[in-house]
Design a binder for this molecule. Structure first.
Ligand SMILES: Cc1ncc(COP(=O)(O)O)c(C=O)c1O
Length: 440
C-alpha cells in the first residue's frame, strides 16, 4: 500500500482551507464525479445509504482486497472504516469466500429449515452468555425492532427507554430533528446520566417494557458507558420488572463475548448484526429462554416472526466460519487489545502535539473528535466543529486512508501493525499542518 504525503495548502481560515481541500479532492476524482453525476439521474443524491455520502461528492469504489480499497480513479486506500464494523474480515477473506461458494453448490435459496441455521445459532449462544436462544433477521435494525417487540410482549408493557445520540437502526435514530423513527412510546434520556436514569426508571416502572442501549454508543462517536451507569440500569430494570436490552450490533466484536463480557453485565436480551454474519446481510436477537420461547410456533399464542431471507444459506454459512474459525474469542481479545493500544498511542500523539484532538472508544472501535473536552454523551460534542472533521477526513483520503467523515474507525483483521504505524505517522503530519484549526 503506497501512501502519498498529503498536499496541504496554506489557508488563512477554516472555510478557505476546506474549500481548498474540496477542490483538491474534486481535481483528483474525475471518474468518481462522472459516476456520481450519472447516479443522481436515477437515485436521490446518487445515493442509497445516507452515511456513505460525503462532500463534494463521494468517491466510487471499484474493488477491495484485504484492507485495501481501490476507487475508480485508481487511488488505493487503506480501509480503516471496515464497512462500519461489518467488514471485520476484510474485503475477501478466503475462508468466508470458500464457505459461501460451498453453500452455493447446494442451492442459492432453499426456502425450508436448512442444516446451517441450528449450527450457527449454537455458535452464537456459546459466544454471548446473555443468549439462551436466538433468532435471525436480515439487519440490525430488524433485530432491534424484534427485541423491542419481545420485551413488550413478555412484560405486557409499552414504553421503551433510549438515550440521546443513540443509533439502533434506520428507524431508531435519537438525534434532534429526526421524524422518521418507528412510533414506539419512547422515553429519551441523556446517556451516562446515572441519576436521571434511576429516577426515570422508577417513575415509569409500571409501564416500562425495556431499556435499550449500546454499552458504547457507536454512531454518536464511540462513547463508552460508564460501569456505574450500566450497573444502575441493570439493578433498576430488574427491580422494575423491565427488560435490559443491549444493542451489540457493533460492540459484539469486543472482548471474548461482546462488550457485556468486558462490563460483566448480563442483559435480558441482546441484538447482533454486522460482522457476525461474516460480512453478509445479517441481524439477530436473543436472550432469556422464557422470553424467546414466545416465538415457538408450537405455541397457540406464538408471536409470528417473518422474513424471507433471515435463514439464507449464504449468511448462515459465512457466519459459522466467522465464529468457529476466524473471529474466535482469543482473536477478539487480541484485536480489542490492539485497538486499545492504537487509541492510546493516537491520544498520546495528539497530546504531545498540543492539539485539541482526541480519540474515544473501546478496543478496535474508535472515533476522532476535534475537541479536548471530556466526552461522556453526545451533548459534549457540540463544540467539535464539523468543518474540522471534514477537513481531516479529506486530508486523510488524500494521504490514502479511508475513515468515516465523522472520524469513525473500525479496525479489520487484515490491517497489520505496519499499516497502523503508517496511519499514525500520516495523521501526525496532518495534525501538524492543520494545527491552526485545532486550538486547545
Ligand atoms: C448499534 C447499531 N445498531 C443497529 C444498527 C443497524 O444495523 P443495520 O444497518 O444492519 O440495520 C447499526 C448499524 O450501523 C448499529 O451500529
Amino acid at each position: 500500500m503506497t501512501v502519498a504525503a498529503p498536499v496541504l495548502h496554506e489557508a488563512e481560515d477554516l472555510d478557505a482551507a476546506l474549500a481548498d481541500a474540496r477542490a483538491r479532492y474534486a481535481d483528483t476524482h474525475p471518474r468518481s464525479r462522472a459516476a456520481f453525476d450519472e447516479a443522481t439521474e436515477v437515485m436521490p443524491g446518487g445515493n442509497t445509504r445516507t452515511v456513505l455520502f460525503h462532500g463534494p461528492f463521494p468517491f466510487r469504489a471499484e474493488s477491495g482486497s484485504g484492507a485495501t480499497l481501490t476507487d475508480v480513479d485508481g487511488h488505493r486506500l487503506m480501509n480503516l472504516l471496515g464497512e462500519y464494523t461489518a467488514g471485520l474480515f476484510g474485503h475477501d477473506h478466503p475462508r468466508i469466500r470458500a464457505a459461501i461458494t460451498a453453500a452455493l453448490q447446494n442451492g442459492i435459496n432453499l426456502g425450508a429449515h436448512n442444516t446451517y441455521e441450528p449450527r450457527f445459532a449454537r455458535r452464537v449462544c456459546e459466544r454471548f452468555s446473555a443468549i439462551d436462544k436466538v433468532r435471525f433477521t436480515n439487519s440490525g435494525t430488524e433485530a432491534n425492532m424484534m427485541a423491542i417487540t419481545t420485551a413488550r410482549a413478555a412484560t405486557g408493557r409499552s414504553k421503551i427507554m433510549v438515550f440521546e445520540g443513540a443509533y439502533h437502526g434506520g428507524v431508531f435514530l435519537f438525534k434532534p430533528g429526526i421524524e422518521t423513527n418507528a412510533p414506539f412510546p419512547w422515553i429519551r434520556l441523556p446517556y451516562n446520566d446515572t441519576e436521571a436514569a434511576r429516577e426515570a426508571i422508577r417513575a415509569h416502572g409500571d409501564d416500562l417494557a425495556a431499556v435499550l442501549l449500546e454499552p458504547m454508543q457507536g454512531a454518536s462517536g464511540c462513547i463508552p458507558a460508564t460501569a456505574d451507569f450500566l450497573a444502575c440500569l441493570r439493578e433498576e430494570t430488574e427491580k422494575a420488572g423491565a427488560f435490559l436490552i443491549f444493542d451489540e450490533v457493533m460492540t459484539s466484536r469486543l472482548g471474548h463475548g461482546g462488550a457485556q463480557s468486558l462490563f460483566d453485565i448480563r442483559p435480558d436480551l441482546m441484538t447482533l448484526g454486522k460482522w457476525v454474519g461474516g460480512g453478509m446481510s445479517f441481524g439477530a436477537f436473543g436472550g432469556r429462554a422464557d422470553a424467546m420461547d414466545l416465538f415457538d410456533p408450537r405455541r397457540p399464542d406464538a408471536i409470528a416472526h417473518a422474513g424471507t431471507f433471515q435463514n439464507n444459506v449464504l449468511t448462515m454459512a459465512a457466519g459459522i466460519v466467522a465464529l468457529e474459525e476466524i473471529y474466535t474469542p482469543e482473536v477478539a481479545v487480541a484485536l480489542t487489545e490492539r485497538g486499545d493500544r492504537l487509541r492510546e498511542r493516537l491520544n498520546r500523539q495528539a497530546a504531545d502535539l498540543g492539539v485539541a484532538v482526541q480519540f474515544t472508544g473501546m478496543g478496535s472501535l474508535m472515533n476522532l473528535h476535534p475537541t479536548d473536552q471530556p466526552v461522556a454523551c453526545m451533548a459534549d460534542l457540540q463544540a467539535a466543529d464539523d468543518r474540522v472533521r471534514e477537513l481531516l477526513f479529506l486530508d486523510l483520503l488524500a494521504a490514502g486512508f479511508y475513515v468515516a467523515q465523522r472520524g469513525f474507525i473500525a479496525l479489520s483483521l487484515p490491517l497489520a501493525d505496519a499499516d497502523l504505524d503508517r496511519f499514525a505517522a500520516a495523521l501526525e503530519q496532518i495534525l501538524v499542518s492543520r494545527r491552526a484549526f485545532l486550538h486547545r
